[in-house]
Design a protein around this ligand. Structure first.
Ligand SMILES: Nc1nc2c(ncn2[C@@H]2O[C@H](COP(=O)(O)OP(=O)(O)OP(=O)(O)O)[C@@H](O)[C@H]2O)c(=O)[nH]1
Ligand SMILES: [Mg+2]
Length: 448
């Protein structure tokens, strides 16, 4: 059999994979091209979840039908496509309500053939369920699935959904199975929210301790598959799974990294971004994404080998704004420069002026190490951003504080007097806060 979509013979994986029709509605706000690009991505998401795309169906419709999204003619076409080819799964590249899912499933199923309908967010959550490793990650995914996916499965019955859709969208994190019993869901949601609250408070205690320790933290963010984990692995040997799959990483990983100046910083690899991420999903992964929100510096990675890299950058910038993290020092990193150097040059020269300022960008290959030295230099620059000359007076009986100052600030001069130690430094806002009681001369109080 020929796989028409991919134009290749079926491989073993494709034969075992659950086949699905991908559906997109082109509304007034999207173009045909944008819809196809988004469908390409949906196809990759489906493959990551263990499915394979059988066909695509698109409809231009200024306002989607409230009951079935696509019109009745298209529904009929979809019904024929699924029943003739025995396709059990349909994935819509948009957010569907539980009743829309039920209506479409009813219209596509008959006594001989059941069809399961899911949307983009359900598919993403399914991949998260497969990839969650930490207990916090698993709790977050299960909670998001109970709130989002479960109500969308109730109409059809979970057993049937499993049979029909080959488990796609109905897996729970780890070995657990997603439940759809209403009473169970309510109790479980309460339990998970309580557990997550506890974890969140211990995470914020840890974060505060980290802030007090004065080590600069840097979050590596960017579109899924941009190479974030590969970069952290290259720099620190973190050993994180990095592969050519969407959302390979769900849980954040933090490692120490020593800059050439000798200063240590913390680098954190984070969950990838993707276009059309529903707002409630961002909220569901709040504590994971807080790593970005509370970082001192943001390193945005863009995959230059992806023809859609401009959009990757746009989505990353939008999500940073949504996370309230867009006012921090940012270093834009054009990754995979070993793969597509021509495009890289075009991107940097044609687009940097309008999208990012050229001086903040650097081209690297996290795979070969090309450009990494320049990246580190940019990082050092960003770390020192916001440092001001400040002098502290430390009473002699607290001389131990001097060691801490050495850790948190750049010391330019030390003068021992009879009553105190006078230390001239370059201090960032955090160091100025930590040693506020010792400040005797800084630009802040000179202005007063
Ligand atoms: N050619 C080339 N490939 C790279 C480079 N950096 C990463 N890759 C590949 O890109 C794919 C994705 O890399 P990851 O490090 O997993 O990407 P990520 O951003 O962590 O992705 P998610 O965790 O899935 O969001 C892998 O197959 C890497 O080997 C690079 O500089 N050059
Ligand atoms: Mg990763």
């Amino acid at each position: 059999m020929e796989n028409k979509l991919l134009n290749t013979p079926w491989g073993e994986d494709e034969i075992n994979a659950v086949r699905a029709v991908l559906v997109s509605v082109i509304t007034g706000r999207t173009t045909e091209r944008e819809a196809q690009v988004s469908l390409d991505e949906l196809e990759r998401l489906l493959e990551t979840a263990g499915g394979s795309a059988f066909a695509r169906l698109t409809q231009s419709k200024y306002s989607p039908d409230p009951a079935t999204v696509i019109g009745s003619g298209k529904i009929k076409e979809l019904y024929e496509l699924c029943s003739v080819n025995e396709v059990p799964l349909v994935v819509f590249d948009m957010e569907l309500t539980p009743s829309q899912i039920k209506n479409i499933e009813d219209a596509l199923s008959d006594d001989k053939h059941d069809v399961m309908v899911i949307d983009r967010a359900m598919l993403i959550l399914d991949i998260f369920a497969l990839h969650a490793q930490s207990s916090e990650g698993k709790l977050q995914v299960e909670l998001a699935q109970l709130k989002y996916t479960a109500p969308r499965l109730i109409g059809k019955g979970l057993q049937l959904s499993r049979q029909v859709g080959g488990n796609i969208a109905v897996r729970g994190p780890g070995e657990t199975k997603l439940e759809t019993d209403r009473r169970y869901i309510e109790r479980r949601i309460q339990f998970l929210e309580e557990q997550l609250r506890k974890l969140d408070s211990s995470r914020s205690t840890m974060r505060k301790a980290r802030q007090r320790s004065g080590i600069t933290s840097c979050a590596i963010v960017g579109y899924t598959n941009a190479g974030k984990s590969t970069l952290l692995n290259y720099l620190t040997g973190a050993g994180i799974l990095a592969e050519d799959k969407l959302f390979a990483t769900l849980d954040p990983t933090t490692r120490r990294y020593k800059l050439p100046s000798g200063e240590e910083i913390l680098l954190t690899d984070t969950v990838g971004f993707i276009r059309n991420l529903p707002h409630h999903l961002i909220k569901a992964f709040k504590s994971t994404l807080d790593e970005v929100k509370y970082a001192d510096i943001i390193l945005v990675l863009i995959d230059t080998s992806d023809p859609e890299c401009q959009n990757q950058l746009k989505v990353s910038k939008e999500l940073l704004r949504e996370l309230d993290a867009d006012d921090k020092p940012v270093v834009y990193v054009w990754n995979k420069c070993d793969a597509e150097s021509d495009r890289l040059l075009n991107v940097v020269w044609d687009q940097a002026g309008s999208l990012v300022s050229f001086k903040d960008t650097v081209a690297v290959s996290a795979k070969t190490g090309e450009g990494i030295d320049e990246l580190i230099a940019k990082l050092e620059e960003a770390v020192s951003q916001g440092r001001l000359p400040v002098s502290y007076r430390i009473p002699n009986d607290k001389s131990g504080e001097l060691n801490r100052i050495y850790k948190l600030a750049t010391v330019t001069n030390v003068n021992y007097t009879h009553d105190y130690i006078e230390v001239d430094t370059l201090s960032d806002s955090r160091a100025r806060g930590v040693f506020a009681e010792y400040v005797y001369n800084s630009p802040d109080n000179i202005d007063e």
